[in-house]
Each structure stands twice: as C-alpha cells, then as structure tokens.
Design a protein around this ligand. Sequence first.
Ligand SMILES: [Zn+2]
Length: 392
Amino acid sequence: MPSYDAVLRDIRGQVPEVEPPAFQQEVQAKTGTPAFVLDVREPDEHSQGALDKAVHVPRGFLEMRIEKLVPDRDHPIVVYCQSGVRSMFAARSLSELGYTNVRSLAGGFGGWKRAGLPWEAPAVLRPEQQTRYSRHTLLPEVGVAGQLQLLKAKVLCIGAGGLGSPSSMYLAAAGIGTIGVIDDDVVDASNLQRQILHGTDRVGVAKVDSAEQTIRNLNPDVKVDKHRTRITSENALQLIGGYDMVVDGADNFATRYLVNDCALRLGKPVIHASIFRFEGQITVFPGKGSPCYRCLYPAPPPAEEAPSCAEAGVLGVLPGIMGVLQATEAIKLVLGLGDTLAGRLLCYDAMKTRFRELKLRRDPKCPTCGDGVDRSKIPLIDYEQFCAGPKR
Ligand SMILES: [Zn+2]
C-alpha cells in the first residue's frame, strides 16, 4: 500500500503545474483559447476570495459537474485550490475522465495572493440564504452565481389575480429580489377559487397589500413594490422601465396591447399568458426581437367577442398551471437558461390534458415590430377596457 507521500510524489511527477505569474501573463496576453479556471476549494474558502472568472466547484462535486461545464475534453483547464495540493488530485481525476490539457496552479490561491496578483471577493449568500436556496445552488446550471442573479433581478407582475398569484409566489420563493405588483382592485370572495395570493381573511383588502403580505411571509428576501393603480399610457413607461421583464397576467386586451407596445419601446421581454374557461396559452415576447403580441393579434377584437371573465368563467386551477409556466420562463430568462417560448405559443387544454405548440411568426407588417419600425417611437394607446369584470 503506497503512503500518502509516495502518492503525492507520484502525482507531482504527472500533473503539469503553472506558476501564478506565468498564468497571469497568459490570461492578459489573450492569445489562444482562454483556459477554464476551476476553483475546487470548499465554499468557505472560496467566499474569502477567488481568481477573476474562476468557476467554483468544490472538489467533492468535480467529477459530477465537469462534463456539463467543460464538454470539450481538449479545452485547456487550470485548477486551483488553497495551496496547490488538492488541485493536483483534482487534475489527476480530470485526466482520468479524459481531459487532455489540465494544469494545476502552483502554490494555489495562497501562492497567487503572495505573488501580489489581482483577485476578487466573490458575492456570497448569507448562511440562512445558503439553506433556503440550497436546492437551487445544487443545480450546476444555477449555482451560487445564478442565485445571486435571481436576487438581483426585478420582475414586474401585471395583476395580482389568477395568473399573478402563482407567478409572483413562485418567483418570490425562488428568490427574485424585487417583485413589482400592479393591481388596483380589492380582494373579492369570488376571487378565492383561484387567486391563491389571497385568503378568506383578506376579502375587501387591496390586492397589492394582500400580495405583499403573502410574498413577505414566503420569503423575506423579496422586496415587493406595490403599485395600486391601473397601467395606462401615462404611467406605463415609468412602471415597466424599472424592471428587467414583465410577467403579464392581465385579463384584458387593452392592457396587453399597452404592455406589449411599452415593453418593445423599452426593449424588455414580456412573458404573456391568458386563460379562458378550460384553456390557457403562454408565450414569450423577447425584448429586442420578434414576434410580439401584435404579430399574434394585429388588432383588438370587437368588444362583444371578448367576453368578460365574470361572464365566461374559468377552471380555478387553470391560471395556476399557466402562471407557474410564466414564472418558469421568467426564471430562465434571468438565468439565461434553456430555450424560452419566444416564437412559440404553448396551448393547454385542461379538458383533454393536452399541450399543443404553435409556431409564432414575426409579421413583417406588424405596426410595432415590423420592417422599418422605429421602436423608440411606438405610440402608447389606451384602448377601451373590454373586461370590466373581476380579474381572473
Ligand atoms: Zn410584432
């Protein structure tokens, strides 16, 4: 059985090392493929300071996560730990996994600091946040960096009703740092069948106040901006301008057009959903691209063809499904993950339990995102409110 010293000597002979000043020169020269810098220390060591652009994967998770992070086995990798020993073991594991160009930083982070080279203190989660968000940070696609992005994000929810309830609650639970809620209504007993932000004891309370109470209770990390108003051409730019994206849970065409036009002017994405009886639909209108809501519905329908929610009815759980899908798209947009529903309309039929997907195409003649349209000059119009009934 070889001793630890013998194993270490053996590894030292096999794993190439790079001295901190030489590696710093290599980074600054920006020639060739930049190395993937891997910090394999424990979280408490990493939080004290790290190399710029280093990706933190504690040694115990290295083999599990590396293929996702560095799919190309020939990509150059520089691994470091605190003193340059653990990183050699890590480098050997990587070569056993087939990585061909792995070096260990000689002397580790300690050696880097002693050489007077630049480093930074990474933003970290507080201990109670580490626990709260641990199921997120365990996902390599999210990690601590992604959770910090979520905490910095600002999402505006239009409506604290059927769609706004599940979307804002899941966004809050996920740790979206700022959630704006626009609603001018008060809680009515007929809302409670689907608007789970609110409870029986909140009937008669302003929906934004009730929403704030529920969200704060779910997650005190979240700041709730209450906007007890209706979005109009007068306030839309200011309201939407303060956020990264809009989750549109409006119950009427007038608001959807206004939100679309204003968001295009500001270059903000809109996660749109609507519900009707047993059916829901959802898509994403990208902030800077196409298609937009007017590509889907070029003109508002006549009022008699847009029945109010109070007249048509809706299955209570339906906005739950569509609102949760909206929250999922919003979180993906914040994290830059996966494929969003941009250009796709996802339709859900609760009666048949069937999802269908339709391709949405940009209309070159679209008045707001068509050819030659100057988005900064899109006029904001207040259409007549079609749906005067309670928010669905
Ligand atoms: Zn369009």
